[in-house]
Design a protein around this ligand. Structure first.
Ligand SMILES: Nc1ncnc2c1ncn2[C@@H]1O[C@H](COP(=O)(O)OP(=O)(O)OP(=O)(O)O)[C@@H](O)[C@H]1O
Length: 426
């Protein structure tokens, strides 16, 4: 078997980022290794073998890339489902960096996915779906983190937040001197990926914290909309019961728990009338992180906003993000054979450089066509963008099982024009 230093497949979010990489070095590089479901291998044994493999056969790796040439190593080939290079600790934007392995410390995270879907938690008497609950890391959430694309370093910032939280807890910092609440609030327009980011973050943490918590991780997703709809906002009892359940889960096991409260505004607005003594942040213990989302920050209880350590605005995607999201959708259609093409799309940075350096022939080059479409899509949310390729096919290409890239881009362009003139687009 031959090993190539740079034989790495970019993951979905960074498909074409090979030309414009910069060389950097960094102290800690995270590598995530997913064990096959049936594997009973010891995590430490796999960690050692992965480290040995990387150090022996590679001199450098690309951040956010998948390593695929480990299958011939007996232990790894038998037990590993995949191996990914994730971000480097302490780096603010490393999406296209190459790391020299001699210059980094490797932090190898071995994990196994839970196959079960989310379990619904009903409030019996009222028969309302009050929460659902995932065992982490979950198969259903695999890949979500990589497919969420943001302009600023939101994802890195979240990871750094938890790293600091862990360090401060480990060092037993006196909370009366320095305080932090383990509460994160993501707010912004609908459909911009807030809920998905919370779920993906919980999954990420479960992978990273595998060695700290014997019973793994859980994500408890509270359906505040159904709980606090007009009718239920009368019922403080229901809320009390739900938070009692959260306390029970947190108390009973040595596990890491993320509590996701979507649309926190409905909760905090009714807090005064119905929640006496059952503030969600009461649930905050050492092993708990509260992740809250909101579409309208103004309506949120000021006391809650004050408690959030991170208040992160998630806005509508920029042209760069739009281009990257649409490009990832096109890659997926190429993967399944609906688009047939020999051409490759440039990554954003290369597309932007090309666009600025040339002034004609833009329409015939796929990346330039996509560049123009992404300009047209400004103002649309990530949710709308991820639907556009489907609508393009349904409206303009429905009879075709396979289509040329240029035809697909024409259809996408028409769909973008239609959507951008529609008033119902979030
Ligand atoms: N920045 C993004 N990158 C990739 N996909 C995105 C992005 N933003 C939204 N999406 C996609 O849009 C869909 C909706 O996202 P999500 O429900 O997380 O948004 P939200 O902000 O929580 O919306 P709401 O406030 O309406 O609940 C998801 O399938 C997600 O994959």
């Amino acid at each position: 078997m031959e090993f190539f230093d740079m034989d790495i497949q970019p993951t979905k979010s960074n498909n074409n980022s090979t030309v414009t990489n910069s060389l950097r070095s960094n102290p800690i590089l995270h590598v995530e290794c997913c064990l096959k479901t049936q594997s009973t291998a010891e995590y430490e044994e796999i960690q050692e073998s992965v480290e040995k493999f990387l150090r022996e056969f590679k001199s450098s790796v690309l951040c956010y890339s998948e390593i695929t040439d480990f299958y011939d190593i007996p232990l790894l080939g038998e037990h590993l489902e995949n191996m990914k290079v994730a971000e480097a600790g302490g780096s603010s934007d490393d999406s296209e960096a190459i790391y020299i392995l001699d210059d980094v410390n490797l932090d190898i995270h071995v994990y196994q996915l839970e196959e079960d879907e989310a379990v619904d938690e009903f409030q019996e008497e009222e028969n309302v779906l009050a929460a659902n609950h995932w065992e982490l890391p979950s198969r259903a959430l695999e890949g979500l983190w990589d497919n969420l694309i943001f302009d600023n370093n939101v994802k890195t910032r979240l990871i750094e937040y938890v790293t600091t939280t862990m360090l401060f807890s480990d060092r037993d910092i006196n909370p009366n001197i320095i305080s932090w609440n383990r509460v994160v609030l993501l707010h912004g327009p609908p459909g911009t990926g807030k809920t998905s980011l919370c779920r993906a973050f919980a999954q990420k943490l479960a992978i990273r914290l595998v060695e700290r918590y014997n019973h793994g991780g859980k994500l408890l997703e509270i359906n505040s909309h159904s709980l606090f709809s007009k009718w239920f906002s009368e019922s403080g009892k229901l809320v009390q019961k739900l938070f009692q359940q959260i306390h029970d889960i947190i108390d009973e096991e040595d596990c890491f728990v993320c509590v996701l409260i979507d649309e926190i505004e409905s909760l905090t607005a009714s807090r005064k009338s119905s929640l006496s003594g059952a503030d969600p942040s009461d649930a905050v213990r050492k092993n708990v992180l509260i992740l809250a989302t909101s579409n309208i920050t103004e309506a949120i209880d000021v006391a809650f906003i004050d408690r959030a350590d991170i208040k992160q605005y998630i806005g509508l995607p920029s042209q760069k993000v739009i281009y990257t999201i649409l490009s990832s959708c096109i890659q997926e259609l190429i993967r399944v054979g609906i688009i047939s093409t020999e051409e490759t799309l440039l990554d954003w940075r290369a597309a932007e450089l090309y666009h600025d350096a040339t002034s004609n022939n833009h329409e015939v080059i796929p990346s330039m066509k996509l560049f123009e479409i992404s300009k047209k899509c400004q103002g649309m949310s990530g949710r709308v963008l991820r639907k556009l390729p489907f609508l393009a096919h349904a409206h303009f290409l429905q009879s075709r099982k396979t289509t040329k890239l240029s035809d697909f881009l024409d259809a996408l362009d028409k769909t973008a024009t239609e959507e951008s003139s529609s008033s119902f687009r979030t």
